[in-house]
Ligand binder design. Sequence first.
Ligand code: AMP
Ligand code: MG
Length: 418
Amino acid sequence: MEYLSVTDAQQCILESVKTLGAEPVRLEQSLGRVLAEDVRANRDLPPYDVSAMDGYALRSADLAKVPVSLEIIEDIRAGDMPDKQIRSGQCARIMTGAPLPQGADAVIRVEDTLAAPGDHVQINVAVKSGNDIRVRGEGMRTGAVVLTAGTEITPGVTGVLATVKRAQVQVYRRPRVAVLSTGNELEGLADPVDPDKIPNSNSYALMAQLQALGIEPELLGIARDDPAELEEYLRRGLGFDVLLVSGGTSVGVHDYVRPTIETLGVQMKFWRVAMKPGHPVAFGVLPGNADGTSKDTIFFGLPGNPVSSMVCFEQFVAPALRRMMGHGRVYRRTIAVRLTHKLKHQPGRTEFVRVTLAKQQDGYAATSTGAQGSGMLLSMAQADGLMVVPADSAGLAAGEQVTVQLLDGTVFQEDVGI
Ligand code: AMP
Ligand code: MG
């Protein structure tokens, strides 16, 4: 099999992965989920014309000459209904959100007025008809779709859902994901330190990448490089919606993952991608039963090298999981930035370089975290993003514009920036 390009591999994945079914969730538990239904307004908002300011509701025609003194005939608070009509020479004291009385066509804010003797107020500036009035339905209209299926529930969306009184909403289900590490050399997190072993970091880095997507995975543990033991673990993993296996996917004689998973019925779609780090990455599907009694299981075989595992997760696993959860936006945000130094690159494979980002006057500048070995996990710990070096690039010059995928932890900054 040929090496696939990164983008062909991503396309293959998105063509093979289906959005999961919907389930109801309480509004209080819905942050980060994706709406599986269109949501409509259940009333006009505001329900009638209301004041946008604390001030006075009046007839704008009365302000042909200012200053002018108007008689205050009523006090209208938010929650009150006015019961008097405003006639020429009159006004009503009105609070923000309170309904506009009959006869009034404008509001003037209190700051543009002066108290006057008796029940009067002096208006100092003229305003046009409609001034500081929120018109009925300007926020939303009964029956109008205010949120569409596929919308991620952010705090702003939560506010809208509460406004339209949705105490419960339909969201897409989150996949159940199993994580399995393989390798005789691996030492578990709770095991005593053995200088001859390699600590199992991949299970936990993958767990954290999943948690960052809102998924709580099941860690299946460590399988030895033994076909029978591996088969037992893989069987268990194939009971989930998604199985991530780290290590053992390469072409070494003890890399049993691919042959074993194929005997268990997984149809392998690809196992080689022209990328660096991470080319021994495998993707396959175990089809569900035609009668719908079982669902597809998605399988990813990730490279054992810790950086490769994480980079492949970002490129392939995250988009697949986000598609399953109903997101329209499945890829990480990319930004165009300037590279601070030159970078060597042999044409052939798409390279993902760990970079830090520094804010400059005209945008951001990217700098490599240093040596880019696929086992150098500290580079992932330092990185703000992954710089994408196109497969056909023959190297980059200092100052060149490059594309960086932003990693988690990049949304906040030290300086206020405004
Ligand atoms: P493999 O893909 O199985 O050939 O593994 C490649 C390299 O990644 C080896 O040096 C392994 O020691 C290392 N590796 C494999 N699995 C893990 C893991 N779960 N955590 C940390 N390193 C690993
Ligand atoms: Mg191995």
